[in-house]
Design a protein around this ligand. Structure first.
Ligand code: UDP
Length: 326
């Protein structure tokens, strides 16, 4: 059976992908510097401590485990932080991706599946967003993800490196068996912040950023996709490339949009508790509506979502929040 090296496999999406890979019979090797990942989330394969920018270390891990493919998650993910500290984002996301491509090209090419983002579209003119929509990121985070895609195109041309970039919309939810989940510090994402406000109603309210958007209830609309559905797409992407099929970028979303207020309502339904919230000013760089057209993922990868109805996303995220609290 094949071995897959997962950079950032100790993180949120990475750990779910490792679990799913192991369930599918793959041998998993996690490569992570634990700057934001968690050692206890490495449960489905070997662990190699290392930074993606450290090409010598990466090379020795590749030589040791001889993976058949690489899935690359190790990157910085906060839009706000990328605006404050762009250098860290170009360094980690652009230089880190470049090092992986260089080492793969030097060591014998293996397919590379990399985590992309809907942030490459910026403020899309049409929704749902197809892969043919113009890419025009509006913050350093989105730019680093787009630069990575351009580098992959160039490395494929020059060195025959097969690649796929999966452009996530809003990753959410947790492992239905409660073995891993979302644990960012600080947490900036809506659903964990909403659930934290349910857990600590005296201590914190969730801030809802803007209720004057041109949407039916005035709050932003996003496409929430369950992390286990993301996981299955990565494995399909690996298999697609291992079969010698074409390199490309593909959206991963459910195709359905929910407003911030709808998320709050759904959290109240699932938890049985009121969500204490306060309306705040708009957050810079938030498009009013961001919803994927997932047709390409269905067609190219034969991908189907199984976990992404909103109630299940919130129920699994809520179970994980409660488990973390224990
Ligand atoms: N949001 C919010 N309060 C929060 C976090 C997020 O109102 O504490 C809003 C945010 O402005 C956006 C949506 O929720 O409209 C989703 O934001 P998130 O940070 O979860 O993901 P993003 O869409 O930025 O990738």
């Amino acid at each position: 059976m094949s071995t897959i090296l997962v950079t950032g496999g100790a993180g949120y999406i990475g750990s779910h992908v490792c679990k799913y890979l192991a369930q599918q019979g793959y041998t998993v090797v996690v490569y992570d510097n634990l700057s934001t990942g968690h050692r206890e989330m490495v449960r489905w394969g070997a662990f190699e401590h290392g930074d993606v920018r450290d090409d010598a270390r990466l090379r020795s891990v590749l030589r040791k485990h001889k993976p058949d493919g690489v899935i690359h998650f190790a990157s910085s993910i906060s839009v706000g932080e990328s605006v404050m500290d762009p250098g860290a984002y170009y360094e980690n996301n652009v230089l880190g991706s470049l090092r992986i491509m260089q080492v793969l090209a030097q060591e014998g090419v293996r397919p590379l599946v990399a985590s992309g983002s809907a942030a490459v579209y910026g403020l899309p003119e049409t929704v749902p967003v197809r892969e043919t929509c113009p890419t025009s990121p509006i913050n350093p985070y989105g730019r680093t993800k787009l630069i990575m895609e351009w580098m992959l195109e160039d490395f494929a041309r020059a060195h025959g490196l097969p690649w796929m970039v999966l452009r996530y919309f809003n990753a959410a939810g947790a492992d239905p068996e409660g073995e891993t989940g979302e644990s960012h510090d600080p947490e900036t994402h809506l659903i964990p912040n909403v659930l934290k406000a349910v857990r600590f109603p005296e201590a914190c309210q969730v801030s809802l950023f803007g209720d004057d958007y041109p949407t039916p209830d005035g709050t932003c609309i996003r496409d929430y996709i369950h992390v286990m559905d993301l996981a299955s797409a990565h494995v399909l992407a690996c298999e697609h490339l291992l079969q010698g099929r074409p390199s490309q970028s593909i959206n991963l979303g459910s195709g359905q949009g929910f407003s911030v207020r709808e998320i709050v309502q759904a959290a109240e339904n699932v938890t049985g508790h009121k969500v204490p919230f306060v309306i705040k000013a708009r957050r810079a760089g938030d498009p009013a509506r961001l919803v994927a057209d997932p047709a390409k993922a269905r067609q190219v990868l034969n991908w189907q979502t199984r976990f992404s109805d909103l109630e299940n996303i919130l129920a699994t995220a809520w179970a994980w929040e409660q488990k973390k609290a224990r």
